[in-house]
Design a protein around this ligand. Structure first.
Ligand code: HEM
Length: 242
């Protein structure tokens, strides 16, 4: 091979010899560069930024003295609201792909579910911290008298199981049972909505709106509904070339 100076090609570092089972270093760098440039990459960044923004906003709001007289109660409501928004948003990803052919939605489905779970976890810890000072015995005694706490806890435990087993490793380990387990999301989200309906004293409009939105996304996942909608919307998919 002629030296780079003579061939007119820029001098390059010699390619790294591939080690068995590993891609050469330069190839990995090139792949990373390509991934970085794709619209899907930027869409994922946007979704992560949107999911982190409420936590950053609340921290800034609290630190700048903008919180109410009862900041912990405000934090309970705030984290509960965002938990529900993100888990409901994660349900929208499959219909967005099957109906409109919007594939990047599938790339953010897991992240949305996980952010929803983390906000729910924060919500739970803030609540048991304020109302019960982490006294587990007191919580246990109270569970029976507060039905909204009971369904909230059931939803949280399901979200925890789904979050833990959401990795590729668990997917492999559980095989066919993984899909069955992850269908529990159809139970967890309605439980979270019921939690909200039961805890509001008078105006149940907001939780009902969440219920309608979540119910619509769940219905759109039913295979017969999904294929009918995909057929009806195929001209839109073709027009937008997605
Ligand atoms: C053990 C689990 C949970 C406990 C103990 C709990 C507890 C609470 C409490 C005490 C409130 C405020 C009630 C009030 O005084 O009006 C609340 C509100 C709320 N929670 Fe939970 N929760 C749990 C799980 C969840 C989960 C898993 C979600 C959603 C994914 C959720 C979503 C909400 C929402 C949306 C609100 C209403 C916020 C508002 O009024 O703006 N909670 N929860």
């Amino acid at each position: 091979m002629e030296p780079p100076e003579l061939s007119g090609r820029p001098a390059q570092a010699p390619a790294t010899e591939p080690i068995a089972g590993r891609a050469p270093k330069r190839a990995v760098t090139n792949v990373n560069r390509t991934v970085r440039r794709t619209p899907t990459f930027w869409f994922r960044c946007l979704v992560h930024a949107i999911c982190i923004a409420p936590a950053v906003w609340f921290a800034a709001h609290y630190l700048t003295g903008g919180a109410s007289a009862n900041p912990l109660q405000e934090a309970t409501y705030f984290t509960g609201d965002w938990a529900l928004r993100f888990v409901v948003a994660s349900l929208a990803c499959t219909p967005l792909n099957s109906m409109f052919g919007f594939k990047p939605a599938l790339k953010v489905r897991r992240a949305l579910g996980l952010y929803g779970f983390f906000y729910a976890l924060a919500h739970f810890f803030i609540f048991i911290g304020i109302d019960y000072q982490f006294d587990l015995q007191l919580i246990w005694l109270d569970l029976a008298s507060k039905r909204y706490v009971l369904v909230g806890l059931a939803a949280l435990l399901i979200f925890a199981a789904l979050a833990i087993t959401s990795t590729r490793l668990w997917m492999k380990r559980l095989g066919k049972r993984w899909k069955v387990l992850h269908r529990l999301v159809y139970l967890a989200i309605p439980l979270a909505v019921v939690h909200y309906v039961w805890l509001v004293k008078a105006d149940i409009r907001t939780p009902v709106v969440y219920g309608i939105i979540a119910g619509t996304f769940l219905i759109l996942r039913v295979p017969a509904v999904r294929s009918t909608m995909a057929r009806l919307l195929s001209p839109v998919r073709r027009a937008t070339n997605m």
